[in-house]
Design a protein around this ligand. Structure first.
Ligand SMILES: Nc1ncnc2c1ncn2[C@@H]1O[C@H](COP(=O)(O)OP(=O)(O)OP(=O)(O)O)[C@@H](O)[C@H]1O
Ligand SMILES: [Mg+2]
Length: 342
């Protein structure tokens, strides 16, 4: 049995977790700064870094306590190496190096994106996974279609050519006067709206496994300006009579349709045995439903809500598989803010 301490500080969540064998979560602590950054309408990098510095030790201590253990029970330290904000990544990295050095423990730098994928291995039944699996990573910074051919082996098929899906949700949320981050608020508003109220464009990008969301975002902006030419979407609250629910529902319908149709098509082309969705946007119930509808008899898996957003359990899970494969990093390891999965 191998017990890993995972540490994640790539963006605005300070998180630590103790995970056994990449499968069983003994503890998971997440200190989110989202409420702080909400006032800026996005993450304020310098403050994110400072807040990680304040939170990192209490969060790690709490994770060890909640696992009813101490560093004595930890065999391996796994930490997010990138991608993410450099000043944020460095805080988790330095904490991980300190613990590894002090305790003489192996240290493993993990890709945040690989972490999102391994959140699926913390779910019941994951052991039965047969490769290849079609993975859609949909988060605030990424929209990536990746064929996973084995543990730790990926083939990138495509991704967004402009905004990430989560970024589009957040920008449209801002235009509609919804709080930050817009994703969950759009989902909530959309429940009361008509998804067919506005025929927003779907960017199919025929022949490529790529996505584009900037045209959709601009279409929402144009509709808001058409309805209220003197309004300033994104800068000032929309006028009181704005059909927020219908706009949210129509935007969401366009975004999830493209994500689902293109992911299922790629899965069929590449003979995938299942579709795995991960990342913040995979929490979206409309996306989950649309993916399942389009996938038919192809199984679709997504993480439980707590594991969709940034968390250290997924980093420990990915770290476990890297550890098994013999991967070790030195104390000279540096963060990689622009690290690609493949
Ligand atoms: N229910 C939801 N519907 C749509 N989007 C959502 C929902 N819940 C969260 N999101 C979006 O998920 C994103 C955050 O996800 P996550 O924390 O995985 O991203 P990130 O870590 O900032 O980016 P990355 O993982 O690419 O580095 C935000 O854009 C947020 O709006
Ligand atoms: Mg993330």
């Amino acid at each position: 049995m191998t017990t890993l301490l995972g540490i994640e500080t790539s963006c605005d969540e300070t998180s630590a977790a103790v995970v056994q064998d990449g499968r069983t979560i003994l503890s998971l602590v997440i200190a989110s700064q989202a409420d702080f950054h909400a006032r800026y309408g996005g993450v304020f990098p310098e403050m994110a870094s400072r807040m990680h510095i304040e939170a990192i030790h209490p969060v790690i201590t709490q994770a060890l306590e909640q696992a009813h253990g101490s560093l004595d029970e930890i065999d391996v330290i796994a930490v997010t190496r990138g991608p993410g904000l450099a000043g944020s990544l460095v805080v988790g990295m330095n904490a991980a190096k300190g613990l590894a050095l002090g305790r003489g423990l192996p240290l493993i730098g993990v890709s945040h994106l690989e972490g999102h994928l391994y959140s699926l291995w913390l779910v019941e039944g994951a052991e039965q996974t047969q490769f290849p699996v079609m993975c859609l990573i949909v988060s605030g910074g990424h929209t990536e279609l990746v064929l996973m051919t084995d543990h730790l082996h990926y083939r990138r098929l495509g991704g967004t050519i402009d905004d990430a899906a989560g970024e589009a949700f957040d920008k449209v949320g801002r235009m509609l006067g919804l709080p930050y981050p817009g994703g969950p608020y759009i989902e909530k508003a959309a429940r009361e709206g008509n998804p067919a109220a506005f025929a927003f464009p779907r960017a199919w990008l025929e022949g490529a496994h790529d996505f584009s969301f900037s045209g959709l975002k601009t279409a929402v902006l144009r509709e808001l300006k058409r309805q209220a030419p003197d309004s300033h979407p994104g800068e000032a609250a929309p006028p009181p009579n704005t059909p927020i629910a219908d706009l949210a529902a129509s935007f969401q319908a366009a975004a999830v349709e493209v994500l689902a149709v293109k992911t299922v098509a790629a899965a069929r082309v590449h003979g995938a045995t299942a579709i795995f969705m991960a990342g913040g946007v995979s929490a979206n119930k409309a996306l989950r439903a649309e993916m399942e509808k389009r996938a038919g008899d192809l199984p679709v898996r997504f993480p439980p809500l707590i594991l969709c957003a940034d968390n250290a359990a997924m980093i420990a899970a990915a770290g476990h598989w890297r550890f098994l494969a013999g991967h070790r990093d030195s104390l000279a390891m540096d963060v990689k803010p622009n690290w690609k999965l493949t």
